[in-house]
Design a protein. Sequence first.
Length: 222
Amino acid sequence: MITLDFSFLTWSVITNLVLKGLVFSVQLTLIAMLGGIVLGTALALMRLSGKTWLVRVASFYVNTLRSIPLVMVILWFFLLIPMITGRPMGAETSAIITFTVFEAAYYAEIMRAGIQSVSKGQVYAGYAVGMTYAQCMRYIVLPQAFRNMLPVLLTQTVVLFQDTSLVYAIGAYDLLKGFEVAGKNFNRPVETYLAATVLYFMICFSLSMLVRRLQKKIAIIR
């Protein structure tokens, strides 16, 4: 039988190896979330604009990326962009660009559903008082859409944090990479992967509980 020994996971190992990866994973999640929401909102507005060419471009973008595994997109950006630009790109920078572009496709569908959940009567009322389409979106539709979709947006962000572990494919130093390095240094790969699993579970489960509480509060406000 395998004897598990976690004694090597000292505070020094955690701060020097694991914490460094955790910081990057959190940074990647936050940057990809903010960039993905901004780009996703633009894509959602394009799909709802009614202009054929905008709808087709946005639909192609969203449907294509949602149909491809994330790890493949990560490898594409990491390998192809340097070939196109002629400049090497670090794994961390490549990961940030990839996740922002990829997650935008998912946030776009969430935002599209949120925008469509707002009553059209409110939009017509905005037009009646002289608002333009952009003003109606800015002052009436988007604030309500964000509030309606906030729990779903945050849930997608939790999934995004889990997916950051896929950057191991290009050698980026994320949370999983930190545990992997610790396992190699002390020849304890089983223990480190178990510890990584527990930490990922604790973080994601805690965030999921916060999202659930937020969802209940929003439901009460309604």
